[in-house]
Design a protein around this ligand. Structure first.
Ligand SMILES: Cc1cc2nc3c(=O)[nH]c(=O)nc-3n(C[C@H](O)[C@H](O)[C@H](O)COP(=O)(O)OP(=O)(O)OC[C@H]3O[C@@H](n4cnc5c(N)ncnc54)[C@H](O)[C@@H]3O)c2cc1C
Length: 484
């Protein structure tokens, strides 16, 4: 079956844009969550929306599942291939089709790298606001599918607030337009449903984004605190004072240790936590609010405050934060990047409880996160070579998500559910909620071929009676899904 499909796709795309060689296929066996690996049956590289649609139609005709992949930086296994399926990689769809500052819009192909949009808009006095720490490598298509966040989403909102239109290949292979350049369109918000759908409702082939005017002034400070409690209290005090910083980021002692080892960012010595606070906007407003932020940090217990004198120093403040995930490799051979969100005011208490869980299980946890959003990224450290450590790390990681739910938050703040967190969905949602979500998926994808096995814990075929499935599900039997 796959050989026939490979032949069809080669006829469509040419031989160089279809991979079937086992060794080459292994390049695509995982995303940023490298402990799950599945070698796809075939990889295809479309260049245009029409080619992408034709690849999907060929998959549908063959009854073969397909998975979209952008840059493969996802951290929840969303782009994990299907062993009998086609991985449709958009990394060669990298054209910026239009930059229209007069409309505050840009139109891009899905494989365009996030930072490239800002680079294209900057000469016009604009930028693209959502800035995941992976912005130098992740694709706009991946950002749309994950509804990605970033340090500056506190003030500017997530990807969903910056995508106004998309052309997608629906799971039956039809090219469809959702939204457009206008700020709103009538009818159901299908674009809203598509953003964050993790490749289960189709493949974005063109994205229209909102551009944001470059701020007149940007000021950044780095504050050193003795504890995360103090840094958490400073964060709440800043927001309570009516200041909405562009970013408030926190790192605890272990995360600082890792960042220092990796990039020598020179954060305040002996700090139990640091905050990076950035304000942007009209110069006079930033000036006035900056003084207040400084005072609030001192009141909360900051023992050292540095103010970036220029762009070079500002970049150094950010260097430690932006390299933190990878930097943890300096202090631990293996680690899990967890992602959950809680109400901001619960930060000090939840961080304390994470500390308790970590101590009780003997598993180190470094915390680096978007404090302003309450979006936690605990990095759970372990050594896979030591028997039982990986399992203990998994338990701690799951216990942290339970804490997020307990405090009224969510099992993911920005990295998505993917394959990794499907098993946690029933902890957060009732069966009825999950069934309702499945109805949406089935409306887009009745055949269940678009990224199967992701997001939902229980395999379900469209048209089935809702409720938990009893016995072995046909999708399980076919190797298309797994029950947790
Ligand atoms: C060091 C590091 C830092 C990170 N920091 C952040 C951060 O600050 N904030 C944040 O939100 N995330 C962050 N991430 C996670 C990741 O970068 C984002 O989720 C990103 O949006 C993924 O983009 P990608 O192109 O790599 O997508 P991929 O990993 O290739 O795919 C991600 C998902 O999107 C789907 N998909 C990809 N392209 C399309 C398309 N065209 N149409 C439909 N579905 C598609 C895939 O099927 C998959 O489900 C970070 C990752 C790393 C490695």
């Amino acid at each position: 079956m796959i050989d026939v499909l490979a032949g069809r796709l080669r006829a469509l795309l040419g031989g160089r844009r279809v991979i079937t060689d086992r060794q080459e296929l292994r390049t695509y066996e995982c995303d940023g969550l490298a402990h799950y690996k599945v070698t796809p049956a075939l990889v295809a590289f479309p260049h245009t929306a029409e080619e992408c649609a034709a690849v999907v139609r060929a998959c549908v005709a063959a009854g073969v599942p397909f998975v979209a992949r952008g840059s493969g930086t996802g951290l929840s296994g969303g782009a994990l291939p299907h062993k009998d399926g086609v991985l449709i990689v958009t990394s060669q769809m990298r054209d910026i089709l239009d930059v229209a500052p007069q409309d505050e819009r840009a139109v891009v192909q899905p494989g365009v790298i996030n930072l490239q949009v800002t680079k294209a808009a900057t000469p016009h006095g604009y930028y693209y606001a959502p800035d995941p720490s992976s912005q130098q490598i992740c694709s706009i298509g991946g950002n749309v599918a994950e509804n990605s966040g970033g340090a500056h989403c506190l003030k500017y909102g997530f990807t969903t607030n910056h995508v106004v239109g998309a052309q997608i290949v629906a799971p039956d292979g039809e090219l469809v337009r959702l939204g457009g350049r206008a700020p709103d369109s009538p009818g159901y918000d299908l674009l809203g449903a598509f953003v964050g759908s993790e490749g289960t409702l189709g493949i974005a082939t063109e994205v229209t984004v909102r551009l944001t005017r470059l701020p007149e002034s940007v000021r950044t400070l780095l504050a050193g605190f003795h504890s995360t409690d103090q840094a958490g209290a400073a964060t709440s005090a800043i927001i309570a004072a009516g200041v909405v910083p562009a970013a408030v980021e926190m790192m605890d002692a272990l995360a600082i240790e890792a960042a220092e080892a990796a990039v020598q960012c020179g954060y305040p010595a002996g700090a139990g936590a640091v905050l990076i606070v950035e304000l942007d906007g009209p110069a006079a407003e930033v000036e006035a609010q900056f003084a207040e932020v400084e005072r609030l940090c001192r009141d909360a217990g900051a023992f050292e405050i540095r103010i970036a004198a220029d762009d070079v120093e500002r970049a150094l403040f950010w260097k430690g934060r932006k390299s933190a995930f990878a930097a943890v490799g300096r202090i631990s051979p293996d680690y899990i990047v967890q992602d959950g969100v809680i109400p901001r005011t619960a930060l000090p208490e939840v961080l304390r409880r994470i500390g308790e869980v970590s101590a009780a299980r003997g598993v180190r946890v470094a915390n680096v996160f978007h404090a302003g959003d309450g979006n936690l990224h605990p990095l759970v450290l372990f050594d896979d070579a030591v028997q039982g450590e990986a399992e203990r790390a998994e338990e701690v990681s799951g216990a942290i998500l339970d804490l997020c739910i307990e405090y009224g938050g969510s099992i993911t703040g920005e990295h998505g559910v993917g394959m990794d967190k499907a098993k946690y969905m029933p902890r957060m949602f009732a069966d009825e909620d999950l069934d309702t979500m499945q109805l949406v998926r089935c409306a887009f994808d009745p055949a269940g071929l678009a990224n199967p096995g992701k997001i939902y814990p229980t395999p379900r075929l469209c048209g089935e009676v809702p409720g938990r499935h009893k016995g072995v599900h046909p999708a399980q039997e076919a190797g298309l899904a797994e029950v947790f």
